[in-house]
Design a protein around this ligand. Structure first.
Ligand SMILES: Nc1ncnc2c1ncn2[C@@H]1O[C@H](COP(=O)(O)OP(=O)(O)OP(=O)(O)O)[C@@H](O)[C@H]1O
Ligand SMILES: [Mg+2]
Length: 512
């Protein structure tokens, strides 16, 4: 391979934060026209590495070379000048600006000193068409679903004529259709000679899209292999051991119904939703994005109101739209949007873990801080939360570790009915299994678990029963034995009895 094809080279990069060695000697290189996958566990250092290229962080030691010459990337402008565009794990768009304004932020075309809106919108239109996304340049970013946000980010990268495109877990929040569309764009860019750095926890995407894989473990690059490497070998490289059973399922005898939802209706959103979850049982809810799954979960938890129906825990009817009542009855919710709803980002791991317990404890008039700390340490250890210590702010945890904290918070609170909404989004393969084991432990202790997931193998692998929602209704129920991908999908695209068929098959933009 000629050097002319090498866009970037990273040698021996190190980066420490107080109490954490995030990168401890990473080597990496990127060629023109390839998709180079970065693979590693939660907290391995993937996001930190790409932040060296985007100028968000500067390395403590090591070298970065662009086109064979050593460069210093001291900020976003340096990165941009080198033709590097980054799509972060957390998006970087300004919610209150329009799509066009976001794409050209800071670089708006001007005419007589004024921003030339017409031209900006026309240019944005061209870029959006190139990405193949149907969104108006005048739409506010706030109004877009996650998939569209991402397409806007890509359009923005295109507007910068990026030679290097970095994508940090772009598929974590996409439906399979949206993933297909994203892949088509990435393949086109690759054919045009763009070098793409792609981070994902979905192993099946690696062979489908990638060319080479660099595996990072504990801040070090531990191997570089072709993307065609078998998945179990990738897992072994990544976690240092092989994973025997991806979906461990040990269930006790189920007990009585703990969560009883009857005729739950929110006009225009979901209709006549009834189901029960028994003690010791995991019930999955599958369905397309926009089918109403998250909305039902939020209503059951009291986060949103509903117009008719009832929710009971055991025999206790819950007041509508009352999170405190739901929590007091023992319901917990791990929301799909951990940043927005699950965490206090500028509080410590310990404080976040204690949020629910602390609330009930202070209400009872006593807080045993020592016990609280011990419990927090135990649960963090059980979940394998990678952190400098319990005092670390949640904002600086890696994405997957933040998710573990949200789950840990409810585990600590002796939750009797746990609702999980996309619980393993952004979670690495090893940690997923740990979360499933915790679900098993919870059910063994007699808790009821309701699990919403767009990851079909996960729903099928972990649920005792699967409810499938379509168009705001329960389209059907499948027992674990009968639930196949095909059976679930057939129900997910069906038109359930009672619904007015106008939106069959079309997907509303994602959640929040
Ligand atoms: N600003 C910061 N301050 C302190 N620690 C940090 C900071 N940024 C990252 N870290 C730590 O560096 C380590 C690597 O984090 P990083 O976000 O790079 O992981 P990752 O591989 O992207 O993980 P994930 O798959 O969960 O996204 C983690 O232990 C994290 O807590
Ligand atoms: Mg990350």
């Amino acid at each position: 391979m000629s050097n002319a094809d090498e866009l970037l080279r990273i040698e021996g990069i190190r980066k420490t934060f107080p109490g954490v060695v995030a990168l401890d000697g990473v080597d990496f290189d990127l060629r023109r026209g390839e998709v180079h996958v970065l693979l590693g566990e939660n907290g391995a250092g993937k996001s930190t590495l790409i932040k060296m290229l985007s100028g968000a962080y500067t390395p403590d030691a090591g070298r970065i070379l662009a086109d064979g010459r050593e460069v210093r990337i001291g900020g976003a402008q340096d990165s941009e000048r080198l033709g590097i565009a980054t799509i972060y794990q957390e998006f970087n768009l300004v919610p209150d600006l329009t799509v066009a304004e976001n794409i050209f932020l800071g670089r708006q075309p001007r005419r007589f000193g004024m921003i030339d809106r017409k031209r900006m919108e026309a240019d944005a239109e061209v870029l959006l068409a190139r990405v193949g996304v149907d969104v108006s340049p005048r739409a506010r970013v706030r109004e877009l679903g996650i998939a569209r946000l991402q397409m806007v980010e890509i359009a923005k990268a295109l507007s910068l004529d990026a030679r290097v495109l970095i994508m940090d877990e772009p598929t974590a929040v996409l439906t399979s259709e949206e993933v297909d569309r994203l892949f088509a764009i990435v393949r086109r860019l690759r054919a045009e000679g763009v070098g793409i750095v792609f981070i994902t926890h979905h192993l099946e995407e690696i062979a489908a899209l990638g060319d080479r894989v660099t595996v990072i473990r504990d801040g070090r690059s531990v191997g570089q292999v072709p993307a065609s490497t078998p998945e179990d070998e990738l897992v072994r490289l990544m976690v240092g051991r092989s994973i025997e059973q991806q979906y461990p399922r040990e269930r006790p005898e189920t007990g009585t119904a703990l969560l009883k939802v009857e005729g739950l209706t929110r006009d225009g959103v979901f209709h006549d939703v009834s189901f029960e979850v028994r003690a010791g049982e995991v019930v999955g809810i599958a369905g397309l994005v926009g089918a109403g799954r998250t909305e039902v979960a939020r209503a059951v938890f009291g986060a949103d109101p509903y117009d008719a129906g009832s929710v009971r825990v055991g025999d206790v009817p819950l007041r509508r739209h009352d999170v405190n009542a739901a929590m007091a009855a023992g319901i917990g919710l791990v929301p799909e949007d951990r940043k927005g709803q699950g965490l206090v980002l500028d509080a410590s791991v310990e404080e976040n873990l204690g949020l629910v317990t602390l609330r009930s404890a202070t209400r009872a008039g006593l807080v045993d801080l020592k016990r609280q700390r011990e419990a927090a340490a135990r649960i963090a250890g059980q979940l394998g939360v990678r952190m400098a210590g319990l005092g670390q702010h949640v904002r600086t945890l890696s994405g997957g570790n933040q998710q573990k904290v949200v789950i840990g918070k409810w585990l600590l609170a002796d939750t009797r009915v746990l609702i999980l909404d996309e619980p393993t989004r952004g979670i690495d393969v090893g940690a997923k299994v740990e979360i499933y084991q915790l679900v098993n432990e919870l059910t063994a202790q007699g808790a009821a678990v309701l699990m919403i997931s767009s990851d079909l193998p996960e729903v099928l692998g972990m649920s005792d029963r699967v409810l499938v929602m379509a168009q705001g209704r329960i389209a059907g129920e499948l027992a674990a034995g009968d639930a196949t991908q095909d059976a679930v999908m057939a129900l997910a695209v069906s038109t359930p009895a009672g619904s007015t068929n106008h939106s069959n098959g079309t997907e509303a933009p994602g959640g929040h």
